[in-house]
Design a protein around this ligand. Structure first.
Ligand code: FAD
Ligand code: NA
Length: 391
């Protein structure tokens, strides 16, 4: 069979951006493999069939960027709604405006503060510990925002996120805990923000919709029985966006990740919580937050089945073998392993490693797309157009 000009392992935003550029700009034949039953990687979404509500299957995905190049690129494939993300935080029978801001401070301390008064209050409470000498995450957080805010809005959430008491966690996990001394509760402050008008999967599908691109699903690059790795390795350039440790058979040990369990349910109320995301700060609530998907698309209200809504409880834990890797834990040990894998990757002929799994980095969508555009510009185009060595 004819070999393609380029093999891309993984059909997430990174892989599809590379494939689209090479197919459209260089007229190359690109084969994209994915081991899942759908394309799109972790940004994949689908309509919950009974209610018509779009659900992001791997956790809530909010698009935002200040990168003009990325914005110009993504808007070729989709338009965006005017959605602005805002998160609320539940604690002891109250719901607070979040991230920590003047609204939260006033509600929590039961009094109207001017910005200056709030600043003074928090600075006084934060003087309990010195940031420089904080021995653990708890002391560091208290040194930044004081004990009352720490105990309400950081302690329980962090303990659940890491399944570890914050006094046992490294102070390096947090560098800052921003408090806004205004009522601004917009989650992102990027130039551009919104959700794809007709959904993530429509956007991702349009990226792959090119006569030179073939997407082969349910095909694992490492599956011995289909022989893809053997068929392609060393013969065509490969862009690999799967886990870097897995590529090398975990020879240097596994890199550690946190995963999230998403428990989806359809409930018989029209509106469950009045907004898309509410964090659960109480330590005795086992989940970290509840998502309610219809609130991501208020403009679609007529297409949603009335009287029902889709909610998802999120639970955070360490990833075991076979779990979806979501957030790199990045311990000192992980960083050592990663350096060894990077050395091995340099020696691997004709294979470029990219994306969040291939680089062991948390990348927002706009970062994954931006990084794929750079790989195209700096490595793939010079290779295919001018014969530059691929490394
Ligand atoms: P992925 O999307 O993970 O794609 C990699 C693909 O490779 C997968 O489809 C996988 O099946 C495939 N693959 C791996 N190994 C193999 C193999 N051996 N053979 C074949 N296929 C293989 N970003 C935002 O901008 N905003 C958000 O709000 C946001 N929320 C997020 C929430 C969560 C819980 C998570 C985990 C991520 C979130 N992100 C968000 C980040 C976003 O998901 C990533 O930016 C994006 O997924 C990166 O794309 P990628 O192509 O690098 O990786
Ligand atoms: Na301090």
């Amino acid at each position: 069979p004819d070999l393609p000009d380029l093999l891309v392992v993984g059909s997430g935003f990174f892989g599809l951006t590379v494939a689209e550029r090479c197919a459209s700009e260089l007229d190359l034949k690109v084969l994209v493999l994915d081991r899942r039953h759908h394309l799109g990687g972790n940004a994949y979404s689908e309509k919950e069939p009974t209610t018509g509500i779009e659900v992001h299957k791997y956790g809530a995905h909010l698009f935002h960027t200040s990168n003009q190049k990325v914005w110009d690129y993504v808007t070729r494939f989709t338009t965006f709604t005017g959605y602005q993300h805002r998160v609320f935080a539940r604690y002891q029978g109250q719901v607070y405006s979040f991230p920590m801001n003047l609204g939260l401070i006033n509600q929590f301390f039961g009094k109207a503060h001017t910005p200056e008064e709030a600043r003074e209050l928090i600075a006084k409470q934060a003087s309990e510990f010195d940031t420089e000498t904080a021995a653990n995450l708890e002391e560091k957080a208290i040194s930044l925002i004081g004990r009352p805010l720490y105990e309400a809005f950081v302690k329980g959430y962090t303990a659940k996120q890491w399944q570890t008491d914050p006094t046992e966690l490294s102070p390096d996990i947090i560098t800052r805990l921003p408090v806004r001394y205004t009522y601004d509760n917009r989650y992102f402050n990027d130039t551009y923000e919104g959700l794809p008008t007709d959904g993530y999967t429509a956007w991702l599908t349009r990226m792959a919709d090119h006569p030179n691109i073939e997407v082969r699903l349910e095909t694992d690059f490492f599956d011995q029985s289909n022989g893809v790795a053997e068929q392609f390795k060393g013969k065509v350039p490969i862009v690999y966006t799967g886990p870097i440790d897995e590529y090398f058979g975990n020879s240097e040990g596994r890199l550690s990740w946190r995963t999230v369990d998403l428990e989806q349910s359809v409930v018989d109320v029209d509106d469950f919580q009045g907004t898309s995301v509410v964090n659960a700060n109480d330590e005795d609530l086992p989940y970290t937050r509840i998502l309610e998907f219809k609130h991501f698309h208020p403009e679609r209200v007529k297409t949603h089945l009335p009287g029902k809504t889709v909610i998802v409880h999120e639970y955070s834990r360490f990833a075991e073998e076979g779990d979806e890797p979501y957030y790199p834990i990045n311990t000192a040990e992980d960083r050592e392993k990663l350096l060894k894998y990077r050395e091995l990757a340099k020696l691997e002929p004709m294979v470029l490693f990219g994306g969040r799994l291939g680089t062991y980095k948390y990348l927002d969508m706009h970062m994954a797309i931006g990084s794929a555009l750079s790989m195209y510009e700096n490595k793939l185009r010079p290779h295919f157009a001018d014969g530059a060595e691929l490394k």
